[in-house]
Design a protein around this ligand. Structure first.
Ligand code: ATP
Ligand code: MG
Length: 386
């Protein structure tokens, strides 16, 4: 064992014979072991209640509280501490009883220093191994917890998509019926119908409610219907230009400049252009929403080895640290009630991951946000049979 590690061992010598104890402590010190000392079982327990010890080397035969009594007390309270007992010459029985009660081992007096040293080291190695296996178990539990959370989210997404699908038909019926009633109200014979304006207003409310419900179901279903996916060579830079045009009005209303920077020799990627468009629209919409008047949003497209990186950065309000993990969860939104579905980033992440890519975010409150989408280039996608 390295001297550095030996120095770290917290060692306590317990013996009522002061002379023996201090001589042993001195000899241990010469070998690099620093030990505290106690003259009785009570004193030993007092020290332990004050500071944790790795190893207690203890005489069995002590007046008052014996070594075995003390051992029992230590075992009850300090599970991590190992105990090495020192027994009288003809007192093997004590040592055996000590081991039965949970001592690491025993040595008979007079103690040979090299024996004691190797016992201390063995005991310490046992402590380290136990510590490591406890840490490994805690880490495993943590990972499992995370996996459960991820699976739960995925299941929730699938469930939500299923529900959305089922809701689409009744929504269509409600929408059409509202339209039909609206048309009926235009009939001449109903021109003087009492409360006509109230009916009309209620129908408009129904229609706008249904529209809102539809945006939710469409978001959820957007990337689920695999059969509808089309594969094509997508020129990402062209697609970004198209999306910027599409959302130009929202940006202009807030006097936000949207820029695009691309590498010159970008190769197309192999994907469903509708999916990539949805990713771009979601990211751009979020950026516009988060950015104040006069801010800027920049798209950047870069190719590196087998991957393409699409970055969307804004000068907006940024995302608080505690929300960074949550923003990709379904239905998480900080928008006013009724304004956002909280599905934009969830769907975006699903699309990107289905293509074998990743999405990550960098942001600080007040300093804007930066979303980076990494997509494998065409050849890799084809290998995966996407
Ligand atoms: N560029 C950004 N800057 C700051 N916050 C952002 C940004 N993009 C997303 N967010 C945060 O992440 C949340 C979730 O975004 P997401 O797109 O999933 O839903 P939403 O935008 O709230 O709703 P919808 O997409 O239906 O309009 C947002 O409510 C916002 O708090
Ligand atoms: Mg959004």
């Amino acid at each position: 064992m390295e001297p550095e590690q030996i120095k770290k061992i917290r060692l306590l010598l317990v013996d009522d014979e002061t002379q023996f104890r201090s001589t042993l402590a001195k000899r241990l010190k010469k070998r690099g072991f620093a030990a505290l000392q106690a003259g009785s079982g009570q004193e030993c327990l007092a020290i332990l209640s004050d500071q944790p010890m790795d190893i207690v080397v203890m005489d069995v035969k002590m007046p008052g509280m014996t070594g075995i009594d003390t051992l029992h007390r230590i075992r009850e309270k300090y599970i991590e501490t190992e105990i090495i007992l020192l027994t009288g010459h003809a007192a093997t029985q004590d040592g055996v009883e000590g081991i039965k009660s949970g001592a690491f081992d025993y040595l008979t007096k007079p103690v040979e220093l090299s024996h004691l040293l190797s016992k201390i080291i063995q005991a310490y190695e046992k402590i380290i191994a136990a510590r490591q296996s406890r840490e490994a178990a805690a880490y495993k539990a943590h990972i499992e917890q995370q996996m459960i959370a991820t699976e739960r989210l995925a299941a929730l997404g699938t469930l939500a998509a299923g529900v959305a699908h089922e809701i689409n038909n009744p929504l269509a019926i409600i929408y059409e019926s509202a339209g039909y009633l609206g048309a009926l109200l235009q009939n001449e014979e109903l021109a003087d119908m009492p409360h006509k304006a109230v009916f009309e207003k209620a129908l408009r409310n129904i229609e706008s409610g249904v529209k809102r419900a539809r945006t939710i179901t469409h978001q959820l279903l957007g990337n689920v219907r695999k059969s509808e996916a089309i594969l094509a060579e997508v020129d990402v830079a062209e697609l970004i230009k198209e999306v910027i045009l599409l959302i130009q009005k929202e940006a202009q209303d807030k006097e936000i400049v949207v820029k695009l920077q691309t590498d010159d020799d970008l190769k197309p990627i192999w994907a469903d252009p509708n999916h990539i468009r949805q990713v771009l629209i979601n990211l751009l919409n979020n950026a516009i929403h988060a950015t104040l008047e006069g801010g800027a949003i920049t798209f950047e497209v870069k190719a590196a080895a087998d991957d393409m990186f699409i970055t969307v950065s804004d000068t907006g309000m940024g995302i608080p640290k505690e929300n960074l993990e949550k923003i990709f969860e379904p239905f998480f939104s900080t928008k006013a009630p009724g304004e956002g579905t909280g599905l934009g980033l969830f769907v975006t992440k699903e699309i990107v991951e289905k293509l074998g890519g990743h999405i990550r975010v960098d942001s600080r409150v007040g300093q804007g946000a930066r979303f980076v989408v990494q997509l494998p280039s065409g050849s890799k996608l084809k290998d995966q049979g996407v």
